[in-house]
Design a binder for this molecule. Structure first.
Ligand code: FES
Length: 170
């Protein structure tokens, strides 16, 4: 479902950054923090207020994988499919994630709980296959571990999610 965009809120974010000096990334990061993704209406407001073309803003939004143009689920699951993880069995892990969540990679579950994505390398190759859920790194994941990972992710409260240190291997 498309988010209702508050123009004043987006304008306030644009004002905080200098869009001429690469501030567009920071603006989009903050907009995504508010809405969970980058709604089209918000991108139009950013382009106009930052005096940038809409194409420019879309260029940034689509270049970086961390940005999403689609609404995301409450929990974000990202599996690495880079070469090192691939040879250690990542395709089977992704298959199991897709089976358990009943969505294909790139999709969000109909209840809006999980978004499943894949990445090419998450920079922790020696510990692969890697799965990151809401900022928590899970290393040496196999198909059997998927259920437990999803269960622990689903039961994390918003407060617990905020306490998570990014890049923590578990
Ligand atoms: S290939 Fe998966 S972390 Fe590098």
């Amino acid at each position: 479902m498309e988010a209702q965009v508050d123009e004043q809120e987006v304008l306030a974010i644009v004002e905080k950054h200098d869009a001429r000096c690469g501030g567009v990334i920071a603006i989009l990061e903050e907009v995504q923090e508010v809405y969970g993704y980058l709604p089209e209406d918000a991108l139009r407001i950013v382009a106009k207020a930052a005096n940038r073309s809409l194409v420019d803003v879309y260029g940034v939004a689509t270049f970086y994988k961390s940005f999403s143009l689609q609404p995301r689920g409450k929990h974000h699951v990202c599996a690495c499919l880079g070469t090192a993880c691939h040879v250690r069995g990542a395709p089977l892990v992704v298959e199991e994630l897709e089976r358990q969540l009943d969505v294909a990679a790139g999709e969000t579950t109909p209840d809006g709980e999980f978004t499943l994505e894949t990445m090419s390398c998450l920079g922790a190759c020696a510990l692969g296959p890697i799965v990151v859920t809401d900022g928590v790194y899970h290393s040496k994941v196999n198909g059997a571990a998927v259920k437990k990972i999803l269960q622990s992710t689903a039961t994390k409260t918003e407060a617990e999610k905020e306490e998570v240190e990014p890049m923590v291997a578990v």
